[in-house]
Structures are given as C-alpha cells and as structure tokens.
Design a protein. Structure first.
Length: 273
C-alpha cells in the first residue's frame, strides 16, 4: 500500500511551462532554502530520537514527515501505480537522482543501503546516519560482505530495506547492470523483493557525471513541477540469484521505458500547459 497521508496521483498530470528566467530563479531560490530547512529539521529530529534510544519505528517518523513536506514545498508530483508491501521486504529500485530517496514512503519502516561516500555529505549524510542507513564501500569486498550481514539482520528485525542495485545514478531511460550481492543474499534467505521503477518527466533531473550538487539542485528546483512516475511491482521470490536479478531488472527496464514513452507522448501530442 502507499501511505495515506501522501497526495499521490493515479494518472499523469498535464505538461507545463516553467516560465521566464527570473521566475525560475525565484522558484529555485525559495525551494532550495526550503530543502535545506526541511533537511536540517528532519535530521535534528531523528538525531534527537536516536540519542534518546528510540526504536527504528520512531526514527522513521521524521523521514516520513520530511518526504511529505519535500513533496509539498518543492513541487514534486508523484504518479503511482501498484502498491508497496506492508511487511518487511527488500525494495529494489533504479536510481536517477538524489531525490529518489523521497519517492518511496513505505508504510513499513525501512532502512537505506547507500554508498559510503554519501556518509560524509553535509545534512544528507547526517540524516542518513540518524536513521541508521547501512553504508557500503562498493570497492571493498569486506564492506560488501558486512553490508549483506547487516541487511539480513535488519530484515530479521522486521525492517524493510531499500537498495539501488545499479550502484550509482544513471540518466536513462535504460538501466545500468544490477550488482549481484543483494540478490544472492535474498535468494539464499528466501526474502521477499519488491521491484520499483522510477522515471522523471525532465531527464535533466538525473544527477550524473561530474555535476555539482548546488547548481544541479537549483536547476531542478526551477521547474514548475518535478513530475515522477513510479511503479511498484508484485513481490518476488527466487532461489537462483542470477535469474532473480535478471527477472527484476527486466521488469524495471520495461516499465521505465513505458513511463518514458508516456511522458514523451504528452509532449508529442501537444498536451496543454
């Protein structure tokens, strides 16, 4: 199920015009300011809860508050198909940009698996630490092994896990290859996996190559709306990690291409602003 307090859409909204440069600059400025304030507020709240010994369900509340308000104050509109499981699962999604993390407000408390470099980022890294993100150094076999152990422990503690198995962001609409590690763990443990496909109306939302965060965020927040289509697939199981990985990647790739085509068709059809 999707969370009842989010105003998700069920059909794609109409296309729109961003307006002139001055309007875009003003929009970017106030949204970037809102992003910083909301990020700091959620981080402080989660850190305070963590220091007081709160359980993960309590730590998860600031994250949900953050997702809801980031959507509201930065113009994010999410069109959703399917439902997230309401039990502990491994959520597997393609990865386009840093705001992917606020597109999956699971009704079941979840933990992120993220690359270790993000841990050092101001605000985002602090917030990740506060909600007990599992950090993995992908170049280290020892770190990858420790991550799999920690993921298994969290699932056994009845928490969902979200991973981006491409290992980095990608413009799309195609996908990078999925890393094998988590699929082997899921196959060995018999864990349920929910595939997720995400595609943005504007492909410049993707954060790739050597783009700097602040200039890129300013550009993204300048759009009148940040439209994203999200599809949640059926929960999957499998005991063959190679087949499981391919099955989930194929489903995600197919749905990303379909959602890209739906966005493009709106433009080609001359849908009103």
């Amino acid at each position: 199920m999707t969370h009842r307090s989010f105003d998700f859409l069920t059909t794609l909204p109409s296309t729109f015009d961003d307006g002139h440069a001055l309007r875009k600059f003003w929009r970017s400025s106030r949204r970037f300011f809102a992003f910083i304030i909301l990020s700091l507020a959620a981080t402080v709240s989660a850190l305070a809860r963590k220091l007081s010994g709160a359980n993960h369900a309590s730590l998860y509340r600031p994250y949900m508050w953050y997702c809801r308000n980031i959507h509201r104050f930065t113009g994010i509109r999410v069109t959703v198909e399917g439902e997230l499981p309401d039990h502990a699962s491994v959520l597997v999604a393609n990865h386009r940009t840093y705001i992917d993390a606020v597109m999956v407000p699971s009704p079941h408390p979840l933990v992120f698996v993220a690359k270790a470099e993000v841990k050092r980022w101001p605000i985002i890294g602090w917030g990740g630490n506060a909600i007990r993100t599992i950090w993995v150094k992908r170049s280290s076999a020892e770190s990858r092994k420790a991550t799999r152990v920690e993921v298994r422990k969290r699932i056994e503690d009845d928490l969902s896990i979200i991973i981006f198995p491409e290992g980095t962001t990608h413009r799309g609409p195609d996908l990078l290859e999925y890393k094998m590690g988590m699929f082997k763990m899921c196959a060995d443990g018999g864990f349920p996996i929910c595939p997720i496909a995400m595609e943005y109306r504007h492909q410049d939302v993707s954060w790739v190559s050597d783009s700097k965060f602040i200039p890129h965020a300013f550009k993204v927040f300048g759009h009148r709306y940040i439209d994203v289509a999200v599809r949640f697939g059926e929960v999957q199981y499998g005991d063959d990690p190679v087949e499981l990985r391919q099955r989930l990647r194929d489903w995600t790739a197919k749905n990303c291409l379909e959602m890209r085509a739906n966005f493009d068709a709106q433009v080609q059809g001359g849908q009103g602003h």
